[in-house]
Design a protein around this ligand. Structure first.
Ligand code: HEC
Ligand code: HEC
Length: 332
């Protein structure tokens, strides 16, 4: 009896979570073949690539805020790039940095101009890592670029790999709700990300050893200008990848749970970046979930932060039509 109930519950759960997975799965083959760093010889260029991978997976040990040599302190928190760019940047819908280098220089709506790969990396340095930019010719920057370029070997210019980003799931027609998210956090996240989202350090604090489970908010987290501070990015990342070990084909949270727990995360305090009002000089190209104004559409900051997004999109389309503008590629 109990077993039958469990089976029924499991079946219902899998129905609830399989929709988005199927949508993604249809457009994305399950595997992609990734160039193998471990298969490289030990020549100078390969060492640079390996060093680049180490910088992604253990950023704090090379350019973290606890580096003994102050000149090497570039990141402002003890995260690793790989805490978000999962499996050293090669996991499907785990924000891969695989097959990218040919895409740069690329137009950045945030800047309102073309940016180089180095500038894109520095955008994560100053926002996700809450730190300062790496000089273009510095050793760590050259290593990270060499690694990202290596991950692009064999990918043709203009080829769009499926599996980039964090995925897309159906949106809610209500605002995502931090209070519901709190209950989900207690049930599904707290075991790893700890009370108060503080994470669990690898070793004693102050040794530059990073996190076994990274913080989700608070002073050692990404700042409010980071991509992960935006609801749509955060919710899809969480749905495709969390609890850790999940992949986009086997999500364990329903879309609704992912939206609400993402709302909780972005409602919490984190370092603040100055000058965010200058991001996205063309407001019509501003992502709909940017949690800071100004906006082109007259909707409140709260609605941009938590949704629902339907009404904002409709309004933006109206404005664009009046202006005869092309449709905003950032408003998904
Ligand atoms: C807190 C999470 C987080 C951390 C830590 C982080 N990033 Fe990112 N990164 C993101 C997100 C989210 C995006 C996509 C942003 C968007 O939607 O525009 C991104 C985008 C990028 C891109 C562009 C990818 C593309 O598809 O064009 C590169 C390159 C990159 N990051 C490199 C890095 C490097 C190198 C580090 C470490 C120095 C780092 N990131 C740390 C979250 C993070
Ligand atoms: C089994 C442990 C575990 C559970 C449970 C878990 N996470 Fe994570 N989470 C991790 C680990 C480990 C990473 C870093 C991944 C890496 O470095 O490969 C991570 C990374 C993240 C990140 C990106 C990095 C950062 O610091 O922002 C977010 C966001 C996140 N988790 C949210 C959640 C949410 C929300 C839940 C609950 C639904 C959750 N996680 C449940 C282990 C877990």
């Amino acid at each position: 009896m109990r077993q039958a109930f469990l089976l029924a519950a499991l079946f219902a759960l899998s129905l609830a979570t399989s929709v988005a997975a199927e949508e993604l799965g249809a457009s994305s083959p399950k595997f992609w073949s990734v160039p193998q760093v471990d298969a490289l010889p030990y020549d100078a260029h390969s060492r640079l690539i390996r060093h680049g991978r180490d910088l992604i997976t253990a950023t704090y040990s090379h350019i973290g805020p606890d580096m003994p040599d102050r000149a090497q302190r570039f990141a402002g928190n003890n995260l690793a790039c790989g805490n978000c760019h999962l499996d050293a940047g090669v996991k499907k819908f785990g924000l891969p940095i695989f097959g990218l280098s040919e895409d740069f220089p690329a137009y950045s709506a945030r800047v309102g101009a073309q940016i180089t790969l180095q500038e894109r990396i520095n955008s994560c340095m100053t926002r996700s890592m809450n730190g300062r930019p790496l000089p273009v010719s510095s050793a760590p920057m050259r290593a990270i670029v060499a690694y990202i370029q290596f991950l692009s070997s064999g990918v043709r210019k203009g080829e769009k790999l499926s599996g980039l980003g964090a995925g897309t799931m159906p949106e809610l027609d209500r605002a995502a709700d931090p209070a519901r998210g709190h209950d989900i956090y207690q049930a599904r996240c707290i075991g790893c990300h700890n009370v108060d989202g503080a994470g669990v350090q690898n070793s004693l604090p102050g040794l530059g050893a990073g996190y076994a489970f990274p913080p989700l908010w608070g002073s050692d987290s990404f700042n409010d200008g980071a991509g992960m501070a935006r609801l749509i990015t955060a919710a899809n990342f969480i749905h495709s990848n969390m609890p850790d070990g999940v992949d986009y084909l086997h999500p364990r949270l329903s879309p609704e749970e992912a939206w609400d727990v993402a709302a909780l995360m972005i409602s919490k305090p984190r370092p603040q970046r100055a000058g965010l009002d200058k991001d996205f000089p063309d407001l019509l190209k501003k992502p709909i979930d940017a949690p800071y104004g100004p906006y082109a559409d007259g909707f409140s900051e709260a609605q941009h932060r938590y949704g629902p997004y339907g009404p904002i999109r409709a309004k933006l389309q109206e404005i664009e039509k009046e202006k005869g503008e092309v449709r905003n590629p950032n408003v998904k």
